[in-house]
Ligand binder design. Structure first.
Ligand SMILES: [Zn+2]
Ligand SMILES: [Zn+2]
Length: 241
């Protein structure tokens, strides 16, 4: 017989020794088993299926006796196989949904304080998540974001009217995309209310002028009108867009 290879007693295929499990024999030495690893696993699987109750009993007994060892082993396995773990939980959840929900409900009743704290923590976490998502979306769609912010601000101020992103773009184009106060062109433009909302100004596009952030802040709540072309009827913007 070849030293490196061996014929399996079950499948009769010649395989390298590395594919055989090793077993301790009477003389205390380890030797490869008669059947190959594949056949051994197969027969052990078949045995487990045939003797389900017996195996479950033995397993339970072993787990009771070696609680810490089993727990550690399970934890390590879970850490190494997060995908399999998720898959298992999913399957388990689908099969035991009612049981899980009932158990969770009971736990919630029995641990009201803990449950509330957990819910609060989760709510804050979700709020953060939503905030971050909104922030990302706004960075991606600055014009829409401005419109959205403006709507929200005006709702708070109870102002009537609202302008759209398209109207704002048309307005900026009409004034050469520059700040009407300092005439800078390479700055981000903000929508300034000619008559401030706090003084009863409306939020229609004809009460809006593009100013840079710095000029917008400087103007404050004065009703300064920097629109150089007063003959330009901004109401047509609304009709056009
Ligand atoms: Zn075999
Ligand atoms: Zn400016």
């Amino acid at each position: 017989m070849n030293n490196k290879k061996k014929i399996c007693s079950i499948c009769h295929i010649e395989k390298p020794l590395t594919e055989f499990y090793r077993q301790r024999f009477g003389n205390g030495k380890y030797r490869p088993t008669a059947r190959c690893g594949k056949c051994a696993s197969k027969s052990s699987k078949e045995y487990r299926i045939r003797n389900k109750k017996k195996v479950a009993k033995t397993t339970a007994k072993y787990q009771r006796k070696n609680r810490d060892k089993v727990r550690n082993w399970n934890r390590n396995w879970a850490k190494k196989n997060p995908d399999k773990m998720r898959e298992m939980w999913k399957k388990y959840y689908i099969q035991n949904r009612d049981k899980i929900i009932l158990r969770a409900r009971k736990w919630k009743r029995d641990n009201a304080g803990k449950a509330n704290a957990w819910a609060r923590k989760n709510r804050i976490k979700n709020l953060e998540k939503r905030k971050n998502a909104t922030k990302k979306w706004m960075q991606k769609h600055p014009e829409k974001a401005q419109e959205y912010n403006e709507r929200r601000r005006c709702k708070i101020m109870n102002a009537i009217g609202d302008w759209t992103a398209t109207e704002w773009k048309t307005l900026c184009d009409r004034y050469g995309n520059k700040c009407l106060r300092c005439h800078k062109t390479n700055v981000a433009l903000t929508a300034d209310h000619v008559i401030p909302l706090s003084k009863g100004g409306t939020n229609f596009i004809w009460n809006i002028q593009p100013l840079c952030l710095s000029c917008n802040s400087t103007k404050g709540i004065r009703s300064d009108d920097y629109r150089f072309d007063h003959r330009f009827d901004t109401t047509i913007i609304r009709a056009a867009s």
